[in-house]
Design a protein. Structure first.
Length: 314
């Protein structure tokens, strides 16, 4: 592990966040329900004991299994006899598994959305005011110095997922005064358009940035990224965004390093080999796709921007 350094506000540029190259563990959508594994710095109170429900008694387990069997038969019909055609038995059992998998996905999606809605504000405050500096890392025994380390160790949230939550929060706050016209959620492609506008025009006047975001949203007939960009360009804010994106990295050296690291990653990625390895694990492929999609969207978006002043677009 490299020596941690306290991050500055400038280190939180969106492009730098997206291309950090940090690897992470799978995100547990229910991680926010768990108690933090470590205590705040200077907290003298020991961890409080938590009552853990005892394991089910055998008769309780039997009763639950019997109830489950009745529910399955009610929803899918009688279980095929052992001597029934194998294809019939396979089809019957796969229908049950497919049904339960969909219910699981819906449950996870609902829990994730609830987490984003209720935890994004607190996480934003923790990040903005660097409150994580007062939390002791269980792994190192020292206070956290980086927000992404705090996210991963304490809450099991990857850097990419955590910053997506943080990036969406100020945009949703800016749109909240629209009431019924405000969206319930934003896509990962809508957020960057409005977030950059908020950061650039709200740099010296936060209210002006928020008003610009509301203007773009209400005036855009299409809420697609292209539709939002069209409204942004109509107001003459497009060039400002392009210049801001160019300034997200602190220096040309950092920008060069970012590109070099990305190039190293792509060198070891072989599409044919990836297909061969992942074809037996579609869930893993979907997880990787979720991690790579934001990068691809950024590359597509930035590659279409006009070259900043004083530079030619290659």
């Amino acid at each position: 592990m490299t020596s941690p350094q306290t991050e500055t506000a400038d280190e939180k540029g969106e492009l730098e966040d997206a291309f950090s190259g940090r690897t992470s563990q799978d995100v547990d959508p229910f991680a926010f329900l768990k108690l933090p594994p470590s205590a705040p710095a200077g907290d003298s109170e020991s961890t409080k004991e938590v009552d853990v429900p005892s394991a089910r008694e055998p008769e309780q387990t039997d009763t639950a299994q019997a109830a489950s069997a009745v529910a399955v038969e009610r929803d899918f019909g009688p279980k095929p006899a052992p001597d029934a055609p194998r294809s019939d038995r396979l089809a019957y059992f796969e229908r049950i598994v497919d049904h339960e998998r969909e219910l699981y996905r819906e449950t996870v999606a609902a829990a994730d959305q609830r987490f984003v809605e209720r935890a994004s504000g607190p996480l934003y405050e923790i990040s903005k005011d660097k409150l994580y500096l007062d939390r002791i890392s269980e792994r190192t025994g020292e206070p956290f110095t980086k927000f992404e380390d705090y996210l991963l160790e304490v809450w099991g949230i990857s850097r990419a997922h955590g910053y997506r939550i943080l990036n969406e929060y100020p945009v949703m706050q800016a749109l909240a005064p629209l009431g019924a016209e405000a969206p319930d959620k934003l896509s990962t492609r809508q957020v960057p358009k409005l977030l950059r506008l908020l950061r650039v025009l709200g740099k010296d006047d936060e209210a002006a940035g928020q008003e610009a975001v509301r203007t773009v949203w209400t005036e855009s007939e299409s809420k697609t990224p292209a539709g939002l960009q069209e409204t942004i360009d109509k107001h003459g804010w497009g060039t400002t965004q392009a210049e801001a994106i160019d300034d997200l990295s602190d220096s040309a050296r950092e920008r060069k390093s970012l590109v070099e690291r990305w190039s190293e990653v792509t060198k070891v990625l072989n599409p044919d080999k990836a297909r061969e390895v992942l074809q037996r694990s579609p869930d893993e492929a979907r997880r990787l796709l979720e991690q790579f999609e934001p990068f691809v969207e950024v590359l597509k978006e930035v590659s279409q921007l006009p070259a900043p002043k004083g530079r030619k677009k290659s």
